[in-house]
Design a protein around this ligand. Structure first.
Ligand code: QAP
Ligand code: CO
Length: 172
């Protein structure tokens, strides 16, 4: 069990498409366990392997919330195979700390993926879980939620984020 370093925007690993997982071995299980531990410690509700510097198609998600028992989903090589409806909800990201903004997403998605032992799974997700799958699968394609903003809002984000990073430096 170990906490992993979370990479922040604009680290190049976050912008690179990740490679499909081909080896369902002990190292993959260990990475998934460490990612889950890192996500819970943050705390967050989703984490993709590129966010911990590993360019492989693996995500962990737990949208259960504080009151409910944990409901960890480990998804290897996840793929959206059907989508319907539209929502626009506030999102954040552990790789863009302190910035939150509404993003347009599909309301309901069907996701095919493999479990850690390689067995195929399918989940039909709605609500927060549907948004989480889309946000995390975007990470595997090198896309951040701020990439989905209008050019104007994206420009505003970049300026605000640069300022924030400079202020953090001044405090050190
Ligand atoms: C992705 O996001 C997501 O800025 C997971 O200071 C987003 O866990 C899934 C976090 C929206 C569903 C809906 C962000 C923690 C956590 C921050 C997260 C921060 C501390 C974000
Ligand atoms: Co994220």
């Amino acid at each position: 069990m170990s906490l992993l370093r979370i990479y922040h925007y604009p680290e190049p690993v976050l912008a690179r498409p990740a490679a499909p997982v081909t080896l369902f071995d002990e190292a993959l299980a260990t990475l998934a366990r460490d990612m889950a531990e890192t996500m819970y410690a943050a705390p967050g509700i989703g984490l993709a392997a590129p966010q911990v510097g590993v360019s492989q198609r693996l995500v962990v998600i737990d949208c259960a919330g504080k009151e409910a028992p944990p409901a960890l989903i480990v998804a290897v090589n996840p793929q959206i195979v059907a989508r319907e409806g539209s929502v626009c909800e506030e999102e954040g990201c552990l790789s863009v700390p302190g910035y939150y903004t509404a993003v347009k997403r599909d309301a309901k998605v069907t996701v095919n993926f493999c479990a850690l032992d390689g067995t195929p799974r399918q989940i039909v997700a709605e609500g927060l879980l549907a948004v989480a799958f889309q946000h995390e699968i975007d990470h595997l394609d090198g896309i951040l939620f701020v990439d989905r903003l209008s050019p104007l809002k994206r420009g505003m984000f970049k300026r605000r984020y640069k300022k924030m990073l400079e202020q953090q430096k001044e405090l050190l």
